[in-house]
Design a protein around this ligand. Sequence first.
Ligand code: GLY
Ligand code: MN
Ligand code: MN
Length: 512
Amino acid sequence: MRRSLHLLLLLATAACAGAPNPSAQPAGSAGYELPPLPEPAPIGAAEYAARRSALLDQVGDGVLVVFGGPLPAFDYLPFNQNPDFRYLTGIMEPAAGYVAVKRGGRVVETLYVQDRDPAREVWEGGRLGQSGAQQRTGLAARSSQELYTTLDSLARVHAVFHTPVLPSLDASPGANLAHAQQVLTRLREKHPSLEVKSVQGDIRRLRGAKSDAELDRIRRAVYISALAHREAMRSAHAGMNEFEIRALIEYIFRRNGAEGPAYGSIVGSGPNSTTLHYQTSDRFMDNGEMLLIDAAASYAGYAADVTRSFPVDGTFTADQRAIYEIVLAAQKAAESQIRPGATWNALNEAANEELRNGLTRLGLIDGPAAEYDCGTSRCPQYRMFYMHGLGHGVGLAVHDPDISQTPSGFGPGSAVTIEPGIYIRADAFDHLSDTPGNRAMIERLRPALERYRDIGVRIEDVFVYDSRGIERASAAAPREIADIEALMSETGLDAASRSADMVEWFRQNPGR
Ligand code: GLY
Ligand code: MN
Ligand code: MN
């Protein structure tokens, strides 16, 4: 789907930019032919070395330490590598660490990895060991058993440690300190004069400017996610459970080469469509309800993030359509602002204007600039129904840094979501401060709330910006109402293919 069209032309044709030939119907791609997505270039030792060197250029003398992710807390849980560590080393094993000692312009780098252990490897799979890690990265490697004692001795002779994660003084029961924070906190207790400086900003700046090899991975993650949304649209129907759709989506991810979901898949029907990060996924859905799906794949380590919202029965009611059209207009207004040097401010203003005007038209707020009493201050009324940010970068993490968040603004190397939403929660007015102004507002707006309640709509696409221009990479998942309704009229997953008895028992026994 690489194309050399100019930025504006690409934006103008965004609706069909990702639309491959729908006539070919290979199995597993939901009736869509896979477009010629560029093959991602390998990310090898030289690119990792260049990333480390760019980071080291930013730090002064001292010790740079970056911890990998710890062993999973329980057996059999999947291991997730710390994205900063992965970005700098490419090493995917747990309990690893990277240490660079910088003095007078000279740098000595060492990687710490788990020892080989044939008995454990029988259960857990192979490990690189020190020689494997050295071969893979070109870095000197030592045992991760030595990591803490090495840091302890380095702290005796170096005044400054640079690290992306700062020690934490938060000892509250729910603090859930990361492994790295615990180690640094312990080191600081032992060496009170040790200064720990954050390199988080430096790493974020580097990670925020994606190479073509990274953008090509993101494109594939996004495309696979769009295929899964297509299949969900074809398959959803009344009587299905949210978890059936969730399972179907995650199956499509893996079937197309993704590692799995990039984050907990959100599949919310009816009232659940208004819960922003709904995770339970165990409600039976019905005709007349909205279904909001925020689910996307991770491919070769890179995350997508895609949301579609549609009626369970495949035809928008007038009220669902009214809300949907406002959100779609807000998304299009925001994306029309993307150009070299544009800022999120410009995108936000464009989207907010559509949301405020639309909610006013439906009588859900008193006016575009209307406010309500929130605590000791006043808040915009439209925020009662749009509670989150407009978008964010995607990359090694689903919420990744992006160059568009820096003063230089949008430019090549960027991959972001744009995801406005409107959520008409039945309890939207229940927790407001009890003031005369709020009471009067609630009385005025209550009829509209009752009319539109339980409609949740978010539309989230990923935009990839490289040297050729900007592309709505998730365009294969329809977002126009007519296109959604057309796709939903196709036959998807066959309801008869599941065990109706077992599903029915689950439905009849909500306490279980
Ligand atoms: N899926 C999380 C988000 O949209 O940011
Ligand atoms: Mn998102
Ligand atoms: Mn999302």
